[in-house]
Write a protein of this length. Structure first.
Length: 78
């Protein structure tokens, strides 16, 4: 079974998503490419695109809630 890692950048200038399978990039997209606007909202279309490129759309196995990780990183130094 391959390992998929979905990285999401949100709450910053340009929201984006990237997907890595077994350490190799599969797909990446910025929200702006779908909306033609720069903003920091959650990149739902970019996430859907990256998952569909990997054939993982709708997959639920091994999905972890990143809310706690995001909250714990807010105070971290860059």
């Amino acid at each position: 079974m391959s390992e998929l890692v979905l990285g999401i950048s949100a709450d910053y200038h340009d929201s984006a998503a990237a997907l890595v399978r077994d350490g190799r990039p599969v797909a990446a997209a910025q929200k702006e490419r779908f909306t033609r606007r720069h903003d920091s909202a959650f990149p739902a279309r970019a996430v859907a695109y990256t998952l569909s490129e990997a054939g993982a759309a709708g997959a639920g196995d091994g999905i972890a809630d990143a809310g706690a990780a995001k909250a714990s990183c807010r105070g971290a130094a860059p």
